[in-house]
Write a protein that binds this ligand. Sequence first.
Ligand code: NAI
Ligand code: MG
Length: 373
Amino acid sequence: MFSKTIRAFSTSSTSLKNIKIGLIPGDGIGREVIPAGRAVLENLPSKLGLKFDFVDLDAGFELFQKTGTALPDETVKVLKEECDGALFGAVSSPSVKVEGYSSPIVALRKKLGLYANVRPVKSVEGIGRPVDMVIVRENTEDLYIKEERTYKAADGTRVAEAIKRITETATTRIAKMAYDIALKRQAIREASSATGLHTSPSVTVTHKSNVLSQSDGLFREICRSVYDANLGLYDSIAYREQIVDSMVYRMFREPEIFDVVVAPNLYGDILSDGAAALVGSLGVVPSANVGENFAIGEPCHGSAPDIEGKGISNPIATIRSTALMLEFMGHTDAAATIYEAVDANLAEDSIKTPDLGGNSTTQQVVDDIIRRF
Ligand code: NAI
Ligand code: MG
């Protein structure tokens, strides 16, 4: 249910229950990777005490071409009234504007109040640059409110303006989410005795308040005051601030130092795409769209028409997105089981899809991950 019983940051659940997951494959390879998320959930060890039901839901550009609707009301209704969480594959977007079409995932984020885009970027020990960070991007305001106007200056030349809106309300909730994620990551590390990059949690608040003293100044001030006001809860977290341009520099110079990064919408968008470049393939980077009561796991990649139908899409971004969804539902043990199996697969050279230099199929990678549970 879209219910009060599911809280994004509850500790690991021990109650036995059936969990209903909406599956929205969308377009292209979305249809090849969403079954991987389902297979992972169906094959979780029974000792975790979770049982899943699934409901297939429509959305996407192909659906729009057939029916004139990209996001049917029924899909939203079932998600709200019946589902505990959801997985979204990818949607194709036409390169030219098509009258009446707008992205169903953007609409879903609005309709379900999913105010944060959470994007973990993680390398596997010993492969490439060491990185294990989560970017927590505010998803509802900043310059992305799209309040723009163009007018003529006195000399007849055009001037364009956009409003950057930062609110105390949205900043408070995104800051809390960042701190809570930092604590949850630490709990998972401790539970799995993982020897990772971070031995203690940290949150880096990204801003440009040296120039934008009011808007980014408010973002920075609220992030700090949420931390100070909850010191009893957050005192194990190291609080850091970083101006966004030097943040980009440091993220590429020394990505290993960052644990959780919280940012307003625009900086979060740019930082998270940049961070994905640190770990090799789009096929391994997950995300979750998160609100108070609901999370949708979504791989970062698109519908990949160039590899559609070949059976070689990398399922790892979706499998990690599935774990992320479970984390936000409070099932941290199940999430850790999935993350560890994925890392174990990536740490070996044998079973990989071609984007990672291997020659295995989507199904072979899914089977290899599941056998490691
Ligand atoms: P894309 O992410 O679909 O593909 C970029 C490149 O990465 C391609 O070479 C593709 O083969 C490869 N790739 C992506 N995912 C992969 C996976 N799981 N395994 C192996 N290789 C993978 O981005 P592109 O080509 O720019 O866009 C294709 C379509 O997807 C467009 O219509 C675009 O609008 C849409 N798109 C949708 C997104 C979403 O639904 N959130 C995000 C990005 C693009
Ligand atoms: Mg982006």
